[in-house]
Write a protein that binds this ligand. Structure first.
Ligand code: WT7
Length: 635
């Protein structure tokens, strides 16, 4: 038997050693013993980082929904697969059993087929956190269509860019969404986006808020009547291990968002295995991840990982502050949640509120607490540990990325001793390396460097949709034969890893991964703007907030500062979404540049963070005089 679930530290070290020395034996055993295959693989692993052509379980045939649904029907048919908590606490909780999920997924899959969707077609899903979101994801996978979920907080422009990049034939959306006290007109956003998308020929619309919306004849269809008519039997499309399962967009430091392509078998094996170990899931547990399925966390640890393990996974439609700041704790108490997985930004926001919200609830069902998306600071870690976990639930600080598909560095609860702010140790199969600026690996402990991964793991994204060259360049060109993460990390005396933040031009704001370039491009569209540079600066709740330095074509325009600030944030909201708005906008007479004309963001970052005592050598700048001027009018 393989060690599917690690029980103690000694076992972890043994399993880890085996996984690194003989990855094919290790993953081969796990794949064989814990999943349903229609045909076995020819080789467990082939290809390498150098050629950017990694394949796992090549030659195998399977369908991921058979593994996430069908194989549980015999023993877990009446078990809740998805537990849905609506935005409004007075609306009934929904318990979707595995049997019911199976029928709903099959019906949805048949609706997609009736719309002419075939294996390999791309489908864009732009939905709030309602059951139809998880069901549509699984329905795509059932018939081999490639889903591209776009977080429903993105603007119409961001949505159309993503629809066009992967040529989505069909879009799945709803008439609107609830968000606390507010409603959002999602269909209007889709209509706007589709004005610029000729590839999309049909739109399926779920009814959620009963909004009076426009339906375009021939293109738009209400979902429910089609589901009602459809058969609840749909044979799964038998997929190759390396067939794409989904595309998920993530910001890059430059240019267009990157459509990361994840394939079927390796992604399934890795997300299922890590889910089991990191959350120590047992049969009757109620697992809740608060992420949105629009992000990788939701794909891997709300949908695929939990369902592959036959788990009960909670989907929450609302926000942590509605109807009050006790909502998370209410849901935990009500459903006796055993594992709770959230983001540091949510913890920091809730820690600001009265302690009575969390103290008045019975949270004794909790066994494991998780954190994801950005570094968790010590204060937030302690608050989480003391008030939510009551010092008895280990906190798993899980480091990973959209590109990695699954969790890479994390404690295993009740196995790995935790230390605040440390993601601790790599999971089996993951071999981290810290690199210095001369491309040399730092092999000692107590060092800090650029975090790379030395050996392929099953759920690494295989390419960027339509741009394999960019994939190779972004991840495999900085360090020879290694995957470069874009993050910095420190390794302490015992070998624990602590993530220190991005080393590129990506800024993490409230757990949202934002590239500076697309924001600057949006700002530069404003007719008054000559040039702009965006940097991050520390924010108590969001982790980072955005600081913009903007030069105007005509200095005189500065007398309309307030109006310009509003307009600039409006353009950003339209082009990207409200999460990318600037907290501070400083108008400057110029930006510090190197002789070759590159903006020196390092200096601007320090000024924004008010660390101006140590700016380093600025004499080599093209325009050193601008630095003092910018410092003087710092906001
Ligand atoms: C970036 C990836 C992982 C799913 C959600 C975000 C940062 C993520 C941690 C953590 C420190 C973290 C990194 C990473 N990050 N988790 N536990 N500690 N930093 O996925 O949007 O692709 O962002 O989030 O900087 O590179 P993503």
């Amino acid at each position: 038997m393989s060690n599917y679930s690690i029980k103690n530290l000694e076992e972890y070290f043994n399993v880890y050693r085996e996984s690194i020395e003989k990855p094919e034996v290790f993953w081969g055993k796990i794949a064989e013993e814990h999943f349903t295959w229609r045909k076995r693989w020819n080789s467990v692993l082939s290809g390498d980082f150098e050629s950017a052509n990694v394949k796992w379980f090549d030659g195998a045939k399977l369908n991921i929904t058979e593994n996430c649904i069908d194989r549980h029907l015999a023993d877990r048919g009446n078990k809740t697969a998805i537990l849905f908590e609506p935005n409004d606490p007075n609306e009934k909780t929904q318990y979707i059993t595995y049997t019911n999920l199976s029928k709903r997924v099959n019906k949805f899959a048949n609706v997609l087929k009736a719309q002419g969707i075939k294996k390999g077609d791309r489908i864009c899903i732009y939905l709030p956190m309602i059951p139809e979101l998880a069901i549509s994801v699984l329905a795509c996978a059932r018939i081999g269509a490639i889903h591209s979920v776009v977080f429903a907080g993105f603007s119409s422009t961001a949505l159309s860019t993503r629809i066009n990049d992967s040529n989505c034939k069909l879009v799945i959306t709803s008439d609107g969404s609830y968000r606390g006290e507010k409603t959002i007109d999602l269909k209007v956003i889709v209509d706007e986006a589709l004005n610029n998308c000729s590839c999309t020929t049909s739109v399926l619309v779920a009814k959620r808020i009963n909004a009076d919306i426009k339906m375009k004849a021939g293109r738009d269809h209400w979902l429910q009547p089609l589901l009602d008519e459809a058969s609840d039997i749909c044979e799964p499309e038998i997929m190759d291990a390396e067939d794409p399962l989904f595309i998920l967009y993530t910001s890059g430091s430059t240019g267009m968002p990157k459509g990361m392509v994840h394939t079927t078998a390796g992604y399934m094996v890795y997300t299922a295995y890590t889910f089991k170990n990191i959350f120590q899931y047992r049969e009757d547990d109620i697992y809740w991840c608060t992420a949105d399925i629009g992000w990788i966390t939701g794909h891997s640890y709300i949908v695929y990982g939990p369902l592959a393990n036959g788990a009960t996974t909670v989907m929450f439609e609302g926000i942590p502050s509605h109807p009050d700041h006790g909502r998370f704790w209410d849901i935990i108490e009500k459903n006796k949640v055993t594992q709770f997985y959230t983001a540091p930004t949510a913890i920091r926001a809730l820690a600001k509120e009265s302690l009575s919200f969390v103290q008045n609830r019975d949270l004794s069902s909790l066994k494991v607490l998780g954190s994801v998306g950005e570094p968790i600071n010590e204060e937030a870690w302690n608050w989480y540990n003391n008030n939510v976990g009551n010092k008895k639930s280990p906190i798993v600080d899980t480091w990973w990325q959209t590109e990695t598909g699954g969790i890479m560095i994390s404690p295993i609860p009740y196995v790995t001793p935790t230390i605040p702010t440390f993601a601790t140790l790599p999971l089996p199969g993951i071999q981290p390396a810290l690199m210095d600026t001369n491309q040399t690996e730092l092999i000692e402990n107590q060092v800090e460097g650029a975090l790379c991964i030395k050996q392929p793991w099953p759920s690494i994204a295989r390419t960027i949709w339509g741009n394999h060259k960019r994939y190779k360049k972004t991840y495999f060109s900085a360090f020879k034969n290694m995957y470069f993460t874009g993050d910095g990390a420190r390794r302490d005396a015992v070998g624990y890893y602590r993530l220190t933040g991005r080393v590129d031009d990506v800024i993490i704001v409230s757990g949202h991964n934002l590239g500076t370039a697309p924001i600057e491009d949006a700002i530069n569209e404003h007719p008054a703007v000559a040039e702009s540079a965006i940097v991050g600066f520390p924010n108590e709740i969001k982790g980072n907030a955005l600081y913009g330095y903007i030069t105007l074509k005509d200095k005189g325009e500065r007398r309309y500062q307030e109006k310009l600030r509003k307009e600039i944030n409006q353009i950003i909201t339209e082009n990207i979404g409200p999460m990318a708005k600037l907290a501070k906008i400083q108008f400057t007479n110029g930006l510090p540049k190197t002789r070759s004309g590159k903006i020196m963001r390092r200096i601007l970052r320090k000024i924004a963070s008010n660390e101006t005592s140590n700016l380093g050598d600025i004499t080599t700048l093209l325009n050193p005089e601008i630095v003092a001027e910018i410092i003087q009018s710092r906001l």
